[in-house]
Every structure is written in C-alpha cells, then in structure tokens.
Design a protein around this ligand. Structure first.
Ligand SMILES: Nc1ncnc2c1ncn2[C@@H]1O[C@H](COP(=O)(O)OP(=O)(O)OP(=O)(O)O)[C@@H](O)[C@H]1O
Length: 316
C-alpha cells in the first residue's frame, strides 16, 4: 500500500502504464527523423544523452562526467537561444539586451512596493528553521547555510540581493547543492517555501556556465531548460520569479500557456529562449507546430508534478 506521496504517484504511474501500451510521444516535425540516439542534424551537437565530453562541440554543463555543471571558471557560451549574440554571460553586460531589444527591469514593481514593505514576502522564514528536512539517496551533497556558500555567479548573487533574500529556505539549502552537483531530485515542501528558486537557481547557473552549440534551425526555438507547470497562473508566477533571478545574466526566460492567443508567445519564442516555462497542453501545441524543439533540453523541472498527473497530463 502506498505510504507516501511518492509511493502513491509511483503506484498511479505503474497502474497507468500497465493500462495502456507504452509509446513515447513524437511530435510531427520529429517523425521520420533519426532517433535520439542518432546524431542530430548539427555536427557540433552531442545530444542530451552524450556519454562523453569529447563529442564534438558540446562543452555544456557536462563537466566531470554528469549532465549538470559543477563550478566552472569560464562563463562563456556559444548559444544565444536564437535571439542574438552572447559573450561572457556572468557579467552585468552579458545580457541579451545588448542587441535590438532591452531587457525590462523585473524589479521595478518591487521597488515601488518596498516603500510600504521592506521584507520580501512577509513570510517568517526563521520559523522554517524548525522544520525537519529529510533527504534520501546515496552520497547526498550536504546542505548550505548561505547563498554565498554556493557558487551561483555574481550576476545571480546580485539578483538574490535585489530579491531581498537573506538566506536560503530549507528546501533551497538542500536542493540547490544537490541540483548543482548534477543529481536528479524530487523535492516536496510546503506552499510558499521557496521551491521556485530552488530549481531556478541551479538551472540559470548551469546555463550561464555551459557552452552550447547554436540552435540548428532558424524560427524554431531550442530552449536549454524546460519548466512544466500545471496552470497558466503558476507558469506566469514562475516566469516572473525566474526573470528576476536571471536578470542581466544573459539567460532569457519565456512563458507559454494555453487559453491565450499563441501569436505573442510565438514572437517571444522567436526572439530567443533559454528557459521555457510552459503548461503541458500549450507545449504540445508548440511542438506540433514545429515552433519549439526539445532537442537541446539539458534541464527539466516539473513543478507540482503530482497535480499535473492528477490533471491527466501524464501522456504529455
Ligand atoms: N530565501 C528566500 N528568502 C526570502 N524570500 C524568499 C526566499 N525564497 C523564496 N522567497 C519568496 O517566498 C515566496 C514564496 O516562494 P515560492 O513561490 O517559490 O514558493 P513555492 O514553494 O514555490 O510555493 P508554491 O508551492 O505555492 O508554488 C516568494 O515571494 C519568494 O520570492
């Protein structure tokens, strides 16, 4: 009998898989193409399942033999997300606003609010210190006590200060080092405990430090990270937060959700995207229109995965 959330999800998963034949979804633009184990069209792309760094061209987050980067000194990347040039990303001038478009300051509204409120969210994070945290798995990287203990890069550290985050919440203390070490992670923590930053910081930092080939096709968005969330509201919230964390890092975050006209979202995608925040239905739509490819995805986050399964999004 399932004893925890994870058990019930896994039991539901097993039931669902047993009930129907296993076939993975292949969007139309990828049908009749080489399988993912075959070399992709661009010679310099070593693919998400690359087992060796020696494969040509991809110097990405695969440092030290795993898919996620450990700390690196060179913060260069050859990938612009399709939207323009990038140089050194981990500096204040390395943003995507150096070309035709200016990066809007996502902290503008916060500054207005700070006249009436100096604390970040009114949540008493000190009380969270008493919350016990359990981790399982082998050789779990130890938690950190401060953001400065984690090498997220100066641009992200600056954004953490702009967000007025003084210290990491428990889920952040544990999850960020685990993700930065290149490990897969499932985390459960109560609402409002800072899970968004827990998965966004390692993704942004990994993209800043990685080296990626240019997207192989124009007019198709090749995000490096995908964050799936069940609803439009949640996706917009994550997008707003992620834009703050990624401000002036050069990492561009775009959101796509259903129930709204797709054209504006398509235009945003055409300008370039490193992190795509999407609801499952709209993502499938974009894949079917061949406007987004998941071929270059290095990071996948499923926010509220239990809810997405409850809502029947498992096939997507
Ligand atoms: N280390 C921190 N210090 C102060 N505030 C923080 C910190 N981390 C996150 N916050 C703020 O706490 C609030 C809640 O965070 P967030 O929305 O990420 O929580 P969550 O766990 O994802 O919640 P939900 O389960 O509702 O999605 C946000 O306003 C966020 O900016």
């Amino acid at each position: 009998m399932p004893t925890s959330w994870a058990d019930s999800v896994s039991a539901a998963d097993n039931l669902a898989s047993a009930a129907r034949p296993k076939s993975s979804y292949v969007p139309p633009h990828l049908r009749n193409r080489p399988t993912s184990t075959d070399p992709p069209p661009q010679a310099s792309y070593a693919g998400p399942a690359a087992s060796s760094q020696e494969q040509s061209g991809y110097g990405g987050p695969n440092v030290g033999g795993n898919r996620w980067s450990g700390p690196r000194n060179d913060f260069r990347s050859g990938y612009s997300g399709g939207g323009g040039r990038v140089g050194g990303w981990n500096n204040r001038t390395g943003g995507w606003d150096r070309g035709r478009e200016r990066e809007a300051n996502p902290f503008v509204d916060d500054d207005v609010e700070s006249f009436v409120e100096t604390e970040n969210s009114g949540i008493n994070f000190d009380a969270y210190e008493d919350i016990p945290v359990e981790t399982s798995g082998e050789n779990v990287p130890p938690p950190v006590n401060t953001f400065l203990e984690i090498d997220l890069g100066e641009a992200v550290n600056q954004n953490i200060r702009r967000c007025k985050y003084v210290k990491p919440t428990p889920v952040q203390r544990h999850a960020i080092p685990i993700a930065l070490a290149g490990r897969d992670l499932m985390a459960c923590a109560q609402t409002g405990s800072g899970k968004t930053a827990a998965f966004c910081f390692p993704i942004i930092s990994g993209i800043m430090r990685g080296q990626f080939p240019r997207p192989p096709r124009p007019r198709v968005a090749f995000p490096l990270a995908l964050i799936l969330s069940p609803t439009r509201e949640l996706s917009c919230q994550i997008h707003d937060e992620a834009k703050k964390f990624a401000y002036q890092t050069g990492v561009r975050v775009v959101v796509a959700y259903g129930g709204a006209p797709i054209n504006q979202q398509l235009r945003e995608l055409e300008r370039g995207v490193h992190i795509l925040v999407a609801t499952p239905g709209r993502l499938v739509d974009l894949l079917e229109r061949a406007r987004v490819s998941l071929q270059m995805i290095r990071y996948l986050a499923l926010d509220e995965a239990d809810r997405m399964l409850d809502m029947g999004f498992e096939p997507q």
